[in-house]
Design a protein around this ligand. Sequence first.
Ligand code: SF4
Length: 656
Amino acid sequence: MTRSLFRSARTTGKTLRVVLIKPSKYDDEGYVIRHFRGVLPSNTLACLASLTRDVAGRRLLGDIDIEVELFDDTVEKIPVRRIIRSHRLPRTRTVIALAGVQSNQFPRAADLARKFRAGGLQVLIGGFHVSGTLAMLEGVSPEIQELLDLGVTVVKGEVEETWGDLLRDAAEDRLRPLYDFMDHKPDLHDRPIPMIHGDYLRKFIVSNFGTIDCSRGCPFNCSFCSIISVQGRKMRERSPEALIRTLRENYARNRVNFYFFTDDNFARNRHWREIFLALIRLREEERIPIEFMIQVDTQSYRIPDFIPLAARAGCTQVFIGMESINPRNLEAVGKTQNHVQDYARLIAAWHGARVATHVAYIFGFPFDTPESLRSDVARLQSELQVEQASFFMLTPIPGSQDHARMVHSGEPMHPDLNDYDSFHETIRHPNFRPGELAASYREAWKNFYSFDYMRDVLRRANPENYRNIFFNFIWYRNSTLIEGGHPMLHGFFRLKDRVDRRPGCVVESRLRHFLRRSREIRATLRSWLALALEMEELWLQTRKRSEAELRLVAEIQSLRSQLNRNLRAAELQLAHIRTRLQFPELRVPSRLALALRNLNFGMAKRLAYSRSDLRQFWQRATARPIRLLARPHRVVLNFLKDAQLFFLFLRDLARA
Ligand code: SF4
């Protein structure tokens, strides 16, 4: 569906239509990775939408009107033909901006660019792939040259100070092949803050979640990272006042109150104190319940006041670039700011402030072996006790020092950029047989997000963080085990467009596609049911109970052990009355309600610590269905109990 963000006030002049597109990538079968609901909205789209609105608002193009549309390929189909058709309207120029294109998205972006160019439209492409590659390699790489030959305009660097000039060139049909803004990195201080659009957010699983980059750059020098070659090692920050104004506005307009501040290293944002203090005022004086997660380096815990102020400002989760717990690996990749001996103190410092920790961990560093990786994952759980880990396969990302070195030395690299998503094996590692690194990697996801470890984490979690961690577990299990991809790329319920397939892949007949998708959807629904029951069990075993509830359960168990049988309604009522002596807020249900305990939601919730009895009943029932038919009342009762518990589970999650 078209999402027209805005159009400037009508004049009698020409119109420039700016179509902002965030490309997705292809899966291993050549289908575009697209979901019914995504998880992470694109910050680049929000940035460019705000910049375009600013250009229109200040009428930088004179009497040329501006219309903007925004599409995210990861959550919606790009209406290529309609966009091309609308270009034929009189006195209208259309420019396509393929925004924030990373290396793994480049093949998809290039295919979209070809289609739009064939339709006669002007196309811009920017982002980490083109900027990083052009910054680190001499000359122009073949895939970028191919786009230049097609007439696509390549934008190297950031456009905060030059977007108006680019759009003017587009409106006047005089775009140049290459714009190079790399040597002049824009000052972000007074540039428009990325604004979140409500309609766009509704494409995501939670619509109160936004992303904003409060700063860019990083002072460190890790050899696998392309941030430094694109954004530089000098930090550039947005104005804290403008940021807070935007958060206030986003809350008032779209009820957005949870943020991922996408700065690659928030701890090095020189305005962190001002931002945290302003957030504290928002939360404590204006009652705007902002919460957020940030990315920081491993030395963040040494910055005086940083952690306590972050926690008070609403930080619920911190993403830490740990990368490895082998010092030799860290030294080999230039991550010398990470000191393994400090990790326990670092994690304890964040835990002390009741902030959940989420570490980035890379597989494929020089000193990794299958055994060392297995033991590293176990140590993350047992020694460091981090709540979450995101695993990445070491990938020679164009724009990184590793990539440049490998190009110069002629080391083999996987030829398909589509696989540069840190979920595929793209380099040969001497300590691993082909495919073994990928196998270790997949095993790590499975082992880390095991039921037992998730249960331990949730039991330790502080009540305010319980819900966030629980949802993250659902998201991560769904992405890695059901969708089979990285959580940063996968949302919920995969869509596959039959005809929008990677060039070279055969487009299936309607019937064949229907049969295949029916099979896949059935398998997904089965996996979802298993995941839902697993998460329900996790909730039953870990949910936070009030003191009164714990006391009541103890009373009931003590009565039960004295009488050695199930309790009658009057006896259950007695347990409630006894507990109420200590906890006057406890409501005592009527005897009728207690007699109908199998239909009583309150009792079901208080007494259930697991659904293992129900699981065993259904297992026995399916193994011996004849016995089941002889006792239909037990089937009905257990079904009601199961349905009731599941309803309570969903209601609790929705309310928490
Ligand atoms: S990996 Fe992180 S710490 Fe290292 S250079 Fe990149 S952003 Fe900075």
